[in-house]
Design a protein around this ligand. Structure first.
Ligand SMILES: [Zn+2]
Length: 180
């Protein structure tokens, strides 16, 4: 999934959590938590920048020897532990919610990443990638120029059902953000 879908899913996760728990926070804190949710929905993919740096190019499907999904930054348990540490060691209700969103926002990311290619759900016990479909699939795009390569990647991506799920998540997030 591309960043807009992950950000929208992070927003929906934060919105669902806040509506479910109804914490006693100011409306400003409430809004900030929605931004934190969006950030954590995307955050695991920050490791892409390390891949861009390693391969010395910003080709999205890149040199497929390095998949950022196999970095420990894509290991769900680390995000769970970091979120729970913040939750249990903080005395502020607002910061506790940042901890919860670190966990739940990043896990919304990992759930979506599990549809296609997959995620190391059992790391550190196993580095096996778990996916609903196309586990560890590789894109074969021979075009090496930045715009042509990423455009071809995008066109291939629009042929996947995941693309339509991503559009749906974005539309639901926009509707919810304007209505509630
Ligand atoms: Zn990811």
């Amino acid at each position: 999934m591309l960043p807009p879908g992950h950000i929208a899913a992070g927003f929906l996760t934060a919105k669902a959590l806040l509506n479910f728990v109804h914490p006693a926070l100011t409306s400003q804190q409430h809004n900030h938590l929605l931004w934190w949710g969006m950030f954590f929905g995307f955050a695991p993919d920050i490791d892409m920048f390390y891949v861009f740096f390693r391969q010395r190019s910003m080709l999205v499907s890149g040199n497929e020897k390095i998949s950022h999904r196999k970095f420990i930054s894509h290991a769900p348990i680390l995000w769970l532990i970091a979120g729970l540490l913040i939750y249990f060691f903080s005395s502020s209700a607002y910061v506790k919610f940042i901890g919860l969103l670190l966990w739940l926002g990043s896990w919304s990311h990992f759930l979506l990443d599990s549809i296609y290619y997959g995620v190391m759900w059992l790391w550190p016990f196993s580095s096996k990638i778990y996916a609903l479909k196309d586990r560890e699939v590789r894109w074969t795009i021979y075009e090496r120029s930045f715009f042509k390569h990423n455009w071809k990647f995008f066109i291939l991506y629009t042929k996947k059902p995941l693309f339509y799920l991503e559009i749906l998540i974005i539309i639901v997030a926009i509707v919810i953000s304007t209505k509630y």
